[in-house]
Every structure is written in C-alpha cells, then in structure tokens.
Design a protein around this ligand. Sequence first.
Ligand SMILES: C[S@@+](CC[C@H](N)C(=O)[O-])C[C@H]1O[C@@H](n2cnc3c(N)ncnc32)[C@H](O)[C@@H]1O
Length: 233
Amino acid sequence: MTHLSGAERARYVQGMFGRIAGCYDLMNRLMTGGQDVRWRRYVIDRAQLPPGGRLLDLGTGTGDLALEALSRDDALRAVGGDFTVAMMRVGQRRPNGHRVRWAATDALNLPFPADHFDAVTSGYLMRNVVDVRRAWAEQYRVLKPGGRVVCLDTTPPARNLLRPFINFHLHVVIPTLGRLIAGASDAYTYLPDSTEGFLTAEALAERMRSVGFREVGFQRLMFGTMALHWGVK
Ligand SMILES: C[S@@+](CC[C@H](N)C(=O)[O-])C[C@H]1O[C@@H](n2cnc3c(N)ncnc32)[C@H](O)[C@@H]1O
C-alpha cells in the first residue's frame, strides 16, 4: 500500500483508520509500552499555548493531543480535525471528548481562515499525507504570526547496532499485535513500511523551512524511531 499515491493512497489510509478505530488507542499504548503518553505531553509543552488560546490538532484521530491540551486549560478552544470520521466518533465518547470541537478536515485543504490558530499540532499524521509540503503550507497558513507548529511522528531508524532489534519490533512485534488485537495485520505492516519510506527527520525539517517556518528544530525519541519537530510562523 505504500506504493499507492495521490487519492488512491488517501482512500487507503482513510479506510484503514476507519477499520482500526476501536482498537487504535489500546494498540498505541501496547506498541510504545505506554511511552506515547509522555511524548504527547512534550508536544503540548512545545506548543506553548496562551491561556484561552486556539489549538488545531490535525489528524487528531481519537483526540489524544487535543485532550491533553484541554486537560491543562479549561478555557482552551481545541479543534480536532481528521478525515476519518470513525476515529473522531471514538474520541467523542472519551472522557472530556465533548470538549473537543471535532471537524471533518482534509489536512491538504484546511477549512479554516488564515492567521487563526495559536498552535497546530499533529501526532502520526505527516507520514500519511500524500503531499507533505502542501500539508505544512496549510498549517502555516492557518497559524497566527508567531504561532507554533509541533509534529510527532515515526522516523526512519538509523543504521546502527540497535537496528536488528528495531526491525524485529517493527516487522514482527507490531504486525503480530495488530493481528491479535485489532484483527488487522495489514494496518500494522503499513506502519513500519510507511515509517521506513518516510522522509528523514532532517528532510522533514527542511520541508518545514521551505514553506516559511523559522526556528525549526527536532528531537529524536525512542531509540531514534520517533521524532518531534517544531517551528514558528
Ligand atoms: C495514526 S493516526 C493519529 C491519531 C492521533 N493524532 C494520535 O496521535 O494518536 C493518523 C490520523 O491521521 C488522519 N489522517 C491521515 N491523513 C489525513 C489527511 N490528509 N487529512 C486529515 N486527516 C488525515 C487519519 O485519519 C488518522 O486518524
């Protein structure tokens, strides 16, 4: 499926998340040993939202990042945007799910005005979009000047001594969990394939700069298999 492109790939991604929506949160906790909860806190730390500010969490899925942000500020206005409605339905039923403003949204054509949000976050979105540059450009457009973008995603692992262990986790542990828990091993072979086929952390940062972001930086996490990127409009 990583060989697919354009609308065909977008449809595949949408269908896949629609099928695994019910098990998605449990799978995340199992695959990362619960570490993803901590990384999501880093994302919201980096977003530096002002009190009562406006957040867009793009590719929000079941709303993990939006809910983390809302847990810190009662007055925050958090929009969770995603093109898979089934994922957002699961999110709506979560504690405080009613506080997120859920919006059916394509990351490549955001239905929001320019200069609107104080921060745009995304968790495991950018690897899935069919046009990375356009997705960054749209996030840049809807941010206020001075607003922050923060992105958490998997990143191609480096070739080092840990590589055999990382490969085992990616190609054996994750698809097996996917088959046993979600009944969808294809969705969890897509994850390692799309990770290995994704831009390096350096190249992703370069794309951010190319649409205008400044103060771009990144940090690798989990033995270099995840990366947190940030930038300012
Ligand atoms: C791996 S899930 C991540 C969910 C959540 N952000 C998290 O951190 O767990 C990726 C989400 O991105 C959404 N997505 C992928 N491509 C998208 C696009 N072009 N526009 C909007 N959402 C998209 C999928 O529907 C899915 O819910």
